[in-house]
Design a protein around this ligand. Structure first.
Ligand code: ATP
Ligand code: MG
Length: 326
């Protein structure tokens, strides 16, 4: 059984790209794969943040993940900071990471360009991500294109550590979710839909009201053409709508393109599909959000189980790298 992991950083509101590209692909096979799902709150501290927002969103993300179908009896499900082994392995892995290697990460270059004050944790965040993965002996990391390079780093660090200090880590690999690997921003369809950079009009938030979702989709940028074709290069807005529809309804976007004559029809179909996909999740979210103590109990139990597994990896790593046992 492959072991898989996905983390969600509470740095903005979860959107349809996170759902189609990451939540659904990890939750779907959770009973056939050894699965780890976690809220990566430590990663939210790499950019300027409001403490109250991070705390509120951490609980909101956990609640949404349960609402979307995470089964805490089938998965390891926890909040990253509740398992201190993540930060401990982070440091040990920093000791096998080159400075230039960390600086080469594209996401660091992009995110640091937008910052006046760059936190060191933004530079080292992919190393923490490597720790997240290596702690649980993960085989497969299902990720969108934006995270691929970070999984490569985790592979490199695992391979290097094993070669230098002896077999310690499972070497993970990135796998692509099948459909809608990259949902684009509705108002800027050459950019990906993003928690931290999309505008309110560009992102379909999982907790948006149905009419908000419809309004955003009806106003999505298309192009000056009139016929519906699937051409991500020349007509990225239309292709994105077809990808979203394909992702929600499990159809090939190229086939769907042939079934619509005009943009208006396509948009209405996308709006219906998105609302239908999100409505049951929103309903379960409201039920669970009324019981925050229950969600916190689930997280506490998950952290306990995660610490047992992570603790084992950290003990192995400490021994291999040369630390004196207590
Ligand atoms: P941020 O802007 O803070 O980086 P994000 O929207 O990129 O936020 P992440 O927390 O970085 O979200 O990623 C969570 C998961 O969602 C990852 O597996 C990532 O690959 C996936 N993901 C993020 N954005 C998209 C998207 N637009 N389409 C498909 N998958 C996505
Ligand atoms: Mg991201």
């Amino acid at each position: 059984m492959p072991r898989r992991i996905t983390g969600f950083t509470p740095s903005g509101d979860l959107h349809l790209g996170n759902y189609l590209g990451a939540m659904r692909p990890i939750i779907g096979p959770q009973h056939d794969a050894d699965t780890v799902v976690f809220v990566s709150d430590l990663h939210a501290l790499t950019l300027d943040h409001e403490p109250a927002d991070v705390r509120r969103r951490t609980l909101e993300f956990a609640t949404l993940l349960l609402a979307a179908g995470v089964d805490p009896d089938a998965c390891l499900f926890m909040v990253q900071s509740h398992v201190p082994e993540h930060t401990e392995l982070h440091y040990l892995l920093e000791c096998v990471t080159g400075y230039g290697e960390a600086q080469r990460m594209i996401q660091f270059k992009e995110k640091s360009r937008r910052q006046e004050h760059i936190r060191t944790s933004l530079l080292t965040y992919p190393i923490l991500m490597a720790a997240d993965i290596l702690l649980y002996d993960i085989d497969e990391v299902p990720v969108g294109e934006d995270q691929r390079q970070h999984v490569e780093l985790a592979r490199d660090l695992a391979t290097r550590f094993n070669a230098r200090y002896g077999e310690t880590f499972t070497v993970p690999r990135a796998v692509n979710p099948a459909v809608a690997a990259r949902v684009m921003d509705l108002s800027a369809p050459k950019e990906k839909m993003s928690k931290s950079t999309s505008s309110a009009a560009g992102a379909l938030r999982l907790l948006d009201e149905p009419d908000q979702l419809r309004r955003k989709i009806m106003r999505a940028v298309t192009d000056a053409g009139t016929t519906v074709t699937y051409d991500p290069e020349r007509s990225p807005g239309v292709a994105n709508l077809l990808d979203i529809l394909g992702g929600c309804t499990h159809h090939d976007p190229r086939d769907l393109a042939k079934t619509f004559d005009r943009y208006g029809e396509l948009k209405t179909a996308v709006a219906d599909a998105v609302v239908d996909t999100l409505a049951p999740i929103q309903e379960r979210y409201r039920e669970l959000a009324a019981r925050p103590d229950h969600v916190r109990d689930v997280l506490r139990a998950g952290a306990g189980r995660a610490r047992e597994r992570a603790g084992e990896t950290v003990r192995r790593t400490r021994a291999a790298i040369g630390l004196l046992p207590t």
